[in-house]
Design a protein. Structure first.
Ligand code: LMR
Length: 327
């Protein structure tokens, strides 16, 4: 009898130990945009897919709207293990790598098709591991779209931006881009943009249609110029330490769920590029201006010298490869 009790106890202990080992892996996914955006929707889809396919093994919690961390803090938090996934804009990695600055060069990609071609090609794929030395891994690109410029005055030619204060993301390339038209760029967190515009502490900003719509920038900016002058896309990242701590099978399954969520998010991005622009036009709160070919050319000529300034940091060959994606 005593033997039997001992056997039962050891089985119970073993089961208990197994249960402890099998506690679900926690993934906190932090981002700064609203839920009704390509990134917001992608993160929700990722959570749903993980719930469906990896129930009990992995638990994803999504924190939108800078609830947990702003983009300027999230990568530090990731290296400390306080958050496991994020998808900052490609413009927010310059502290970790110079190569991703390529995505900020003004008028480099003619449209999102060219961006996709470059990202999925060999050079774009190589850039996913450009953060490795800093302890981060790029798991995939996610689209938002081409950027437009909004302001308190109509922007038709570069001199219209002269002396005006523009909020930018933390990127030296974007700083140089606005300095090239004699504007005053200010690096500010996304969470502060609406208030800065509303209080007229700044005159303008650049962003995608979905960000301008979902964060209501159009309600406090009387003019939006359809410039399509640059891209705002994301890199979904995690820390090497967290990623390598996962079992191979689990890592593969999480990556698959993420890939599927990215495909879904990219579909939303393509849709919202058009629909959010239309919602802004319909609101009549902001006038959407288009540029003639001659006006646009003036912006190109003013801003393109920025490429040369960053050519050594980014690499001339990489810039050529990105340009080739336009063909
Ligand atoms: C911004 O700061 O304007 C964007 O990076 C926000 C975002 O994540 O789309």
């Amino acid at each position: 009898m005593r033997l039997l009790t001992a056997a039962v106890t050891s089985i119970a202990l073993a089961l208990g130990a197994q249960a402890a080992v099998a506690a679900p892996v926690e993934i906190k996914f932090s981002h700064v945009v609203a839920e009704n955006t390509p990134k917001g929707q992608m993160a929700i889809k990722f959570k749903e897919l993980v719930d469906e396919r990896l129930a009990g093994k992995v638990e994803v919690s999504v924190f939108p709207n800078s609830q947990l961390f702003g983009d300027n803090k999230v990568l530090e938090a990731m290296l400390l293990g306080d958050v496991q996934m994020a998808a900052p804009s490609l413009s927010k990695f310059q502290k970790y790598t110079k190569s991703l600055q390529i995505f900020d060069l003004p008028f480099l990609f003619k449209d999102m098709e060219a961006v996709e071609k470059f990202q999925q090609g060999p050079d774009g794929q190589k850039l996913l591991s450009s953060l490795k030395k800093k302890g981060l891994i790029g798991l995939g690109y996610l689209h938002n779209g081409m950027k437009q410029m909004s302001a308190s005055n109509p922007l038709k030619v570069p001199s219209d931006a002269s002396g005006k204060k523009f909020r930018i993301m933390t990127s030296d390339v974007l700083q140089a881009q606005f300095e090239a038209v004699d504007a005053v760029p200010l690096k500010k967190p996304f969470s502060e943009v609406f208030t800065l515009l509303q209080t007229q502490a700044i005159d303008g900003q650049e962003n995608t249609w979905s960000n301008i719509y979902s964060k209501k920038f159009f309600e406090v900016q009387p003019y939006i110029t359809e410039t399509n002058h640059g891209v705002l896309d994301y890199l979904v990242v995690t820390s090497t330490e967290f990623w390598m701590s996962l079992d191979d099978d689990l890592r593969t399954e999480i990556q698959k769920a993420l890939n599927d969520a990215i495909v879904y998010g990219n579909g939303i991005a393509a849709q919202k590029g058009d629909s959010d622009k239309q919602l802004i036009i319909d609101s009549k709160r902001s006038e959407v201006l288009t540029l003639t070919a001659e006006e646009r050319q003036q912006w190109v000529e003013a801003m393109k010298p920025v490429w040369k300034k960053f050519e050594d940091e980014i690499g001339a060959d990489l810039i050529k490869a990105a340009e080739a994606a336009n063909n």
